[in-house]
Design a protein around this ligand. Sequence first.
Ligand code: MTE
Ligand code: MOS
Length: 780
Amino acid sequence: MHSPPHESAAKHVSGEAVYIDDIRADEQLLVGRVVYSPHAHAQIKSFDLSEAKKILGVHAVLCHKDIPGHNQMGPVVKDELCLAESELICVGQAMFVIAAETEDQCLEAERRIKVEYDLLEPILTIEKALERNSLLGPPRTMKRGDPDATIKSAPHVIKGELRTGAQEHWYLETQVCLCVPGEGKEINVYSSTQHPSETQTLIAELLGIGKNEVVVEVRRMGGAFGGKETQGNHTACWAALLCWHTKRPVKIRLFRDDDQKITGKRHRFLSHYEVGFDNEGRILAAKYQLNSDGGCATDLSFAIMERAMLHADNAYYAPNMEVVGRVCKTNLPSNTAFRGFGGPQGMAVAETVVDRIARHLKKDSAEIRRKNFYGLDSNNVTHYGEAVENNHLFIIYDQLVKSSDYWQRRNEINEFNAANEFYKKGLALTPVKFGISFTTTFLNQAGALVNVYKDGTILVNHGGTEMGQGLHTKMQQVAAAEFGVSLGRVKVNATNTSKIPNTSATAASAGTDLNGMAVKNAVDTLKSRIAETMSQVFTEKHPNPPTNKQDIAFQNDMIFDLMHPERKIAFADAMPLMQLRQVSLSATGYYKTPGIGWDKEKGWGRPFHYYAFGMCVSEVVVDVLTGRHTNLRTDILHDAGDSLNPLIDLGQVEGGYVQGVGWCTTEEIKWDDKGNLMTHSPDTYKIPSVQDIPKDFRVALLENVPNPNTIRRSKAVAEPPLMLALSTWLAMKDAVSAVANHEIEPEFSLPATNEVIVLSVEGLKKQMSGRDVEVLIKKE
Ligand code: MTE
Ligand code: MOS
């Protein structure tokens, strides 16, 4: 398939692409601001808004009592207030909202608000939450076989704990929403949200009005990465409340620092593992305990923990396996979706385990990985009962090991390390197997509405949102390909809840799978109607033999009879005929993923439509004195099925990997002992920059792997590549391990910041000197 550029690429570059902050609003527009809790845990004793309301230009200063409907914005569990009532449960929790003519007036009003607090003790770590049994819900378990007994009798056992850090989304466009009042109760909402239908629902409930009064529209987001799956709703609810009270358009756009302080992040995890394996390095049994920091409210934390548990195997078969997941409740902003959605946290444990098995047996970890891959015909059922079908692990492994010169480079790196004391190189190969579908099965549905106009132009509406991933481009391609017309004929509309109702979030990498099929379904309906009429038109002219409806083809912007190709008409010329003959040129489409089903209680079934596969070989060099590392080379081979748009997919693979490198290496989030975020701007929080892109970066899509039962045999791409970055993380560990000539295992956590590396190296050195002493004593 060829790769047309992203439908907005030129507009992105020229600055013409309209983001919410670019929408031209009239002189009535007010600026909104949210005032949030400065304390992680406190009781509001009293508050006084009267002085704030007196500021010239201020039109509203609102508290929870001003909410006409439900004071709630919890997406699944109703445990998130829109505005605080009495107890404050994190720094960043919204207390009041202000609308004024200027930003400065908002800030002045904020300074005049008086609040008295009683401070309470906060819970700020997973350890403390576990100690106090502060959980957001009961623990969950997935289990197969008898891991306890198997571990007892296993030839080798390793045990340990792994910390993986939080991650800030750092979308370029911070949370933003513009609300414009309509007639009566109508409200038009322009929100940067991955989930317009949920934004609509929450605003309707907040204002106590019908959803048919609320229209949410999303042209595009300036990045989302999961951070706007639920938490775009918050800014939208605050703006809607201010719009409702002032009867004027109101826009809230969070300052970067506020955005970082008050929105949720990737869940940090504290995980424990115990694994039994044989002399060959084959896993016999695995026991995992995953503990996440959910923050102060539920948000999507249980779905995220579920996905972590479903990916604690990554690509490896463990005949006996138990995973227990706990979601801790702490006094930090509620953590949320982030590309991979728990998958990275689960896989980091699996990859640590396999890496440690290899180090324990003094074997190369790539070899141990291959040994543990899910099999093609046997050993191919996961710990939750789904068979790994169309398994591409072995093809990818063989191709990538070869194309990356893995074994030769392993030797070269050993030589380099033997010759260098202060620089050490490391190499690692890691696989990704990622399940595609929402694990909440009913969410796997989508709708579309396709209009063809009399001039032969086509307007596609679908329920998915565009956040830079190229979904609209792919939908444009699908509609054009199915109609057999050129791409220029098709435009994709802004996502709008009045066009497609009751949609799911654009998430779980399933945007193209779901909406693509819905668009195709609508196009099929239209083609069937058009074919019916065209066969009549052709037959009227040439009755002998008549044209059959089934023989009508759509190709090259033409409609013709396959059996009598001279009976033809240009697509655009046929459309006025349709109107004359009273044929509807507007159709809805719908799709739900077939064949999946998952018993959450039992933890057993088929949650995923299929798996995405990829593999990555990374090489790094580490300066063992400073902990600084450089990404020297990364080779990726990723499975995107029959890619709908190889260039967009390569962009997703590269971007996902680099975003993962950030999580694995430099992005460190710290809170102080009062629950204040200390890393709330780019000067204290280090996202990847050009310097972090591997010096030699070779990315390819696996060829000749059509994916059955998906739109045009394509495969979801979006999230899985993020986890390929675990190879960079383990290459860093490999480099550190070379300090002790791979004889002692380094302590390692994620992200592997300079500090972690230096401490890890120091730890090795201490053990080495300890050993030297031991050896000396023995000699004496
Ligand atoms: N790519 C860009 N450029 N910007 C984004 O915000 N979000 C990621 C991924 N790729 C994101 C992105 C996440 S978290 C998901 S789930 C998918 O895109 C969503 O889009 P899709 O399902 O259409 O692939
Ligand atoms: Mo993506 S984390 O599923 O929005």
